[in-house]
Design a binder for this molecule. Structure first.
Ligand code: PMP
Ligand code: GLN
Length: 380
């Protein structure tokens, strides 16, 4: 293949889902819910498909959806975005690609925090940038000023963050966000904040957007995804929000990536974002129950799990569980021998670090969680 593609192997999510299909395993690897999604949102998509235009929507998104996103963030996160500051993309993945393509120049350094979502480093490198990886340590995964300072140089232009964080399932504390804001302002950095998990937080923890911190309104790109908010990961409707000067740059990258996104899905997401606060609270409560079900089941089977404050994921700590295997070996063995697919957290380190953490997805029906726990209990 082309030499540029030597470092781009097939993503772990596709690999593990293929393995699960091949072996008929229960798939707790790739993150997706096994429910149908909220009926009214699905119905709105079906209605729009039949009653609205199916031709190219405006490049930056349907005006109705851009307004709905701005209004949603005013209501839920106290932000003061105007619709012109919102660009609709084909999933958060496209928003990440577009923002990096727009903002990274040759040799620009981009700070990232590992463990990190596997798309980040290949996208930074394809944009001509250099990823500077700050490695966080369990179980707290906290960001420190010393680590930021050590990783930064005069070539640093951006920081790419994910909060709440996949796969560690942490929500950054206000103190950390304030530190990041001070750091970005002092060094004149732009922050790309991947907040796709913003609504999926537990135990009463709320999400605070980095954009709301002092000095960040003009220098943050805030990325969201309807796939996570409405449990419809196949829809690939996402967005990026930024002050007008930044948004103009982002729009130029977006126009040559996908230009636009399926209009009926945009209508449906616009409708869904207007749901009352109780709807979002119920969604969180339901996933929190699933989290507890998986955590308690695994603990009863002798596994030790890390806390999960957000996302659809929790991780088994292998050494703490008395299992003397690295995560890659464990995942290979449980998919083959127990019939459960999971994701080795090693996949979230760009430098080949091997971990002893195994990520499991709990956005599943109770029966599926119970069956997976049963299989993992018998594997021990
Ligand atoms: N960022 C993070 C941190 C994610 O976890 C995911 C998907 N799980 C994405 C981006 C991609 O989102 P989308 O499917 O909307 O492209
Ligand atoms: N983000 C999902 C996860 O973390 C996977 C998305 C994908 O497969 N590209 O599991």
């Amino acid at each position: 293949g082309h030499p540029l593609f030597r470092d781009m192997t097939t993503t772990i999510f596709e690999k593990m889902s293929m393995r699960a299909r091949e072996l008929g395993a229960i798939n707790l690897g790739q993150g997706f819910p096994d429910g149908p999604g909220p009926h009214e949102v699905l119905e709105a998509a079906a209605d729009a498909l039949l009653t609205k235009s199916n031709q190219y929507p405006p490049m930056a998104g349907l005006p109705e959806l851009r307004s709905a996103i701005a209004a949603h963030y005013a209501r839920h996160q106290g932000l003061d975005l105007i619709p012109e500051e919102v660009i609709v993309t084909s999933g958060a993945t496209e928003a990440l690609a577009a923002s990096l393509m727009a903002l990274v120049g040759p040799g620009d350094e981009v700070l990232v925090l590992a463990p990190l979502y596997d798309a980040y480093v290949p996208l930074i490198e394809r944009a001509g940038g250099v990823a500077k990886v700050i490695t966080l340590t369990p179980p707290e995964w906290r960001i420190t000023e010393d680590a930021l300072k050590a990783a930064a140089s005069e070539r640093t232009r951006l920081i790419l963050l994910n909060n709440p964080t996949n796969p560690t399932a942490v929500v950054m504390r206000d103190g950390e966000l304030a530190l990041l804001a001070r750091f970005c302002a002092a060094r004149d950095l732009i922050a790309i904040c991947d907040e796709v998990w913003e609504h999926v937080t537990f135990d009463g923890i709320g999400h605070r957007p980095l954009m709301a911190f002092p000095g960040m309104r003009e220098r943050t790109v805030k990325i969201g995804s309807a796939g996570k908010i409405f449990s419809v990961t196949g829809w690939k409707v996402g967005w990026m929000c930024a002050a007008p000067a930044l948004a103009a740059l982002l729009g130029r990258a977006h126009q040559f990536l996908t230009f636009t996104t399926a209009p009926n899905l945009q209508w449906a997401v616009a409708e869904g974002l207007g749901k009352p606060a109780e709807w979002f609270a119920q969604m969180r409560a339901d996933y929190q129950e699933s989290r507890d079900r998986l955590a308690e089941g695994l603990e009863a089977a002798g596994y030790v799990v890390q806390p999960s404050a957000a996302t659809w994921f929790l991780s088994i700590d292998l050494p703490a569980s008395g299992i003397d295997m690295d995560d890659v070996t464990f995942c290979e063995r449980i998919v083959e021998e127990a019939g459960v697919a999971a994701i080795p957290v090693s996949a979230f380190y760009p430098d080949g670090t091997v971990t002893s953490l195994v990520r499991l997805c709990f956005s599943k029906a109770d029966g599926v969680i119970d069956a997976a726990v049963d299989r993992l209990a018998r594997f021990r």
